[in-house]
Design a protein around this ligand. Structure first.
Ligand code: SF4
Length: 431
């Protein structure tokens, strides 16, 4: 979401006559687009701002801005602790950026605008996308779910969705620019609704855009996954069979305290429906351990669901208190050492499951979209399968953006290793 927002801001500034620099020391304006979802993300921004202070001391004409959720959430403390910051703009104030930068040339006081909007969806503002294979398209903003651990409804405001026409126009533009894959984005992407258009209708319309070979979406809420969505996914080859389905916790009491409006049984029944509609569909999830008052048996319930579902991957977190949320008021916080120990057990379990699931792909041939150079070797590419598995293989004569058939030879950790399939291997895989 932040990458998409940064592209939006870059597009806005480019149309106002600004140019990107590749070196920090060449920049006249430096904007940090921030995240407030966890304490760690905030610490990163504070450290980065401290480093920028030295740059600004050497060149006071540089303008430094803080954008996004942290700007909304921590404007007062930023004003106090980082007086060298020139502007603080929340996630709904980006349209004003060119005007604010202009204004700041003559007015030295810090400019702050963190008002949230009930309507801002940045329709008609095409983002500045660097070339690549995946185009992020933000389709809705904000969230009305108010999970008790989450700061998003306070930093990003209430749910609102873009018009289907503007989303399709952006998808067509991305296809014209050569993007092969689109990822539809939203805090709660499948609660998208605009007039009578619901998320499955939108997904179907995006799937019909010529030139788009793969469509993904993130992050959905389990309660907003319905049979219509599964039907649309199952009936379109260019919609990836991969769902990120945040579980958060396995025990009903904790789910209720989190204000997640499903039970363990609801979630497991949904997984069964997904697998009945699309047996090949991969599943990933988000999990929080050590939510206030979580007991050992309740943590065990999380492990049991993880084991039962067999997620392909999971993003696992220790509960981190977010000031202003309901859960921050709970007095029965879990000790840090207990959270850490639970996290380690959960990671070990998920590692084993990921390895087991990845091993089922060894020997198969997968269609891989080449995305980037492998981090480990300049002689290898890394790309993803339809099911969102990363595959690493020798480059040979293929390029970023190509779709190639790769035979999976082995797996270590979360990635698969393979080689470009010979025509015979590809033939046998398809036969
Ligand atoms: S649905 Fe997601 S974004 Fe919305 S409050 Fe819950 S965790 Fe936060």
């Amino acid at each position: 979401m932040n990458v998409a927002d940064s592209e939006l801001v870059a597009g806005l500034l480019e149309r106002s006559g600004y140019q990107r620099t590749h070196e920090l020391c060449d920049a006249q304006v430096i904007l940090l687009n921030t995240c407030a979802i966890r304490e760690k993300a905030e610490e990163t921004v504070h450290n980065r701002l401290d480093r920028l202070a030295a740059l600004k001391a050497g060149n006071p004409s540089i303008l430094i801005g803080v954008l996004g959720c942290m700007a909304k959430n921590l404007a007062d403390s930023l004003l106090e602790s980082k007086p060298y910051v020139d502007l603080i703009l929340g996630p709904d104030s980006y349209r004003r950026l060119p005007e604010v930068l202009q204004h700041r040339q003559t007015d030295p006081s810090t400019y702050v605008d963190t008002r949230l909007s009930r309507w801002e969806v940045y329709d008609q503002l095409l983002p500045y996308r660097q070339s690549g294979v995946n185009a992020w398209i933000s389709i809705m903003r904000g969230c009305d779910k108010f999970c008790t651990f989450c700061v998003v409804p306070f930093t990003r405001g209430r749910e609102r969705s873009r018009s289907i026409e503007s989303i399709i126009a952006e998808a067509e533009d991305a296809a014209r620019q050569g993007f092969r894959e689109i990822t539809l984005l939203g805090q709660n992407v499948n609660s998208y609704h605009n007039g009578d258009t619901r998320f499955p209708d939108l997904l179907q319309a995006v799937a019909a855009v010529p030139g788009i070979r793969r469509i993904r979406y993130t992050s959905p809420h389990p309660s907003d996954v319905n049979d219509h969505l599964l039907e649309v996914m199952a009936s379109h080859d260019n919609i990836c069979k991969s769902i990120h389905l945040p579980l958060q916790a396995g025990a009903d009491r904790i789910l209720k305290r989190m204000h997640r409006d499903y039970t363990q049984a609801d979630y497991c029944a949904l997984v069964d429906r997904i697998r009945a509609a699309m047996p090949e569909c991969t599943l990933s999830t988000d999990l929080i351990v050590g939510f206030p008052a979580e007991t050992e048996p309740e943590f065990q319930a999380t492990l049991e669901v993880v084991e039962r579902v067999g997620f392909d991957t999971a993003f696992t977190f220790k509960y981190s208190t977010r000031p202003g949320t309901k859960a921050a008021e709970y007095t029965d916080q879990v000790a840090e050492a207990v959270k850490q120990e639970r996290l380690e057990r959960l990671i070990q379990l998920q590692k084993r499951i990921t390895l087991e699931r990845n091993r089922t792909h060894v020997g198969s041939v997968a269609e891989v979209l080449v995305e980037k150079e492998s981090k480990k070797s300049t002689a290898q590419w890394a790309g993803r399968t339809d099911g969102n598995h990363w595959v690493v293989f020798d480059k040979q004569n293929v390029h970023i953006g190509d779709f190639v058939a790769v035979r999976i030879d082995s797996t270590h950790g979360i990635a698969l290793q393979g080689h470009i399939a010979t025509s015979e291997e590809a033939y046998h895989a398809l036969a």
